[in-house]
Design a protein around this ligand. Structure first.
Ligand SMILES: [Cu+2]
Length: 461
């Protein structure tokens, strides 16, 4: 337990240090005219590309997620030292549009790099994927020159993009089975979750560099019952580029203890007890959490009541989510996901557009079917509906409609806002196809369509 506690304390300290640091209104400017040679400092060893005398030092502070200040001006073009102090809680870089970089600067660290500022100025970003889009862009202008602007080059992808075109050479997607897993045996569960950043075909012709729990989007379904203890070991391998974290909505824990971010090469333990039954979301909460969710870091926890759920004939787990495409092979677009009126390229069930339309989910005719449904969002509501059926049982966010209720009430669609989950049960009474949709029909054409196939799928025989 001790290492985890220490890590938690360290992260809190980093956050507080950031919050208490003095605000910097004006650019920190340490160049002394006429004393340039005397002010020269030893050249930074990392990423050095510049040559000649250092004309001054520019101090920049990284906060989560921005640079302070965002613009510098120097009196003439030439070679400068740029000193990055990281006052945030997660690691950052200063990376210039010509490729010069400080390298990774961890929380509370300071690193310097020297760079040639041309007369036209130069821009820099944090090159952790997603951070530039989240606002970590800045620029240096030289007096007499024209501004390079702060939105400059060196982008690592994920920006607002023109419409992404399908790639005919994209690998076929890997079908994500919809069957719900069995309840984990026992009452205490030790679970390792490896974070993996990888390429994934998210729709026919479209590949994204997704961030995953255990290599899949969504991450694995974890199924326990009320009273169980769960001990998660979250691992962020050195092969990853970005810090990550995990937040279980099924848990009651301090945000700044269990949910803190871990850098590549680190791991941490997150313990919780399943106090309440339901269908719960888990997700990465590392800033910007919108981007980490939009890029694949979410999954479902099922907590059954202590006495268990009544038996049914077949059980499935379906997570609805959105894709905001970045360029082919790159991370998703934070700019698109962050729009006030988000317009996803795809809305999908279990990570991949139309996968159950292409590969119908087969059930026996007349069987009682239970579907655990989670809306992972990050931003669009779900109206979960199975065409041709009526839900005789709905348990949603602690509220239940059960078969045999007086009045024989039923339900046609389960409304789930982002991060809400529920359970529906229904029967497909005759052979045939029963489409699964969100009844926001503009999204059905964007991938939110699956099929249940009862019997042989043909009602005519
Ligand atoms: Cu993450």
């Amino acid at each position: 337990m001790l290492p985890r506690r220490l890590l938690g304390i360290f992260m809190v300290s980093a956050v507080l240090a950031g919050a208490c640091a003095p605000a910097t209104g004006a650019p920190t400017w340490t160049y002394t005219p006429g004393k340039a040679a005397a002010a020269a400092t030893p050249a930074a060893s990392q990423g050095q590309t510049a040559s000649g005398d250092v004309l001054g030092t520019l101090e920049v502070r990284a906060v989560d997620l921005g640079f302070e200040p965002k613009s510098f001006s120097v009196t003439k073009a030439g070679r400068y030292e740029v000193k990055l102090t990281n006052s945030g809680a997660i690691a950052h870089y200063v990376t210039f549009s010509n490729g010069t970089t400080t390298g990774l600067v961890k929380p509370s660290e300071t690193k310097s790099v020297t760079v040639d500022v041309p007369s036209g100025g130069i821009s820099f970003i944090c090159s952790v994927p997603g951070h530039a889009d989240a606002g970590m862009k800045a620029s240096i202008t030289a007096a007499g020159g024209t501004a390079a602007g702060g939105e400059g080059g060196g982008s690592t992808g994920g920006g607002a993009t023109a419409e992404v075109q399908p790639d005919p050479n994209a690998p076929a997607y890997v079908l994500n089975p919809a069957a719900a897993p069995a309840l984990l045996p026992g009452t205490t569960h030790d679970i390792v979750i490896n974070i993996e950043e990888k390429a994934m075909t998210v729709a026919n012709g479209f590949v994204q560099k997704v961030w995953t729990f255990e290599g899949t989007v969504p991450g694995p379904v974890i199924r326990v019952k009320v009273g169980d203890k769960v001990r998660i070991t979250l691992k962020n391998p050195t092969s990853n580029a970005v810090p990550h974290s995990i937040d279980f909505h099924s848990s009651q824990v301090a945000w700044n203890d269990e949910m803190t971010s871990i850098n590549p090469g680190e791991e941490k333990i997150y313990e919780w007890r399943a106090d309440y039954a339901g269908v719960w979301m888990y997700h990465c909460g590392t800033a910007p959490a919108l981007h980490h969710i939009a890029n694949g870091m979410f999954g479902m926890v099922i907590v059954e009541p202590k006495e268990g759920l009544p038996p049914v004939d077949a059980e499935f787990a379906v997570v609805q989510s959105e894709w905001y495409l970045g360029p082919q092979g790159q991370i998703s677009s934070l700019a698109k996901a962050a729009a006030a009126a988000p317009a996803p390229d795809f809305v999908v069930f279990n990570g991949i557009a139309n996968q159950y339309k292409d590969n119908p989910i087969k059930v026996a005719t007349g069987a009682r079917v239970r579907v655990f449904v989670l809306n992972a969002g990050p931003s669009i509501d779900s109206s979960f509906h199975v065409v041709g059926t009526i839900f005789s049982s709905v348990i949603k966010e602690g509220i239940s409609l059960l078969p045999g209720n007086s009045g024989n009430w039923g339900a046609q669609a389960m409304d789930l806002s982002p991060a809400q989950g529920g359970i529906v049960e229904f029967v497909m009474p005759e052979d045939g196809l029963y489409p699964m949709v969100t009844h926001a029909f503009n999204l059905v054409g964007r991938g939110a369509l699956g099929l249940f196939q009862a019997g042989d799928g043909n009602p005519k025989n």
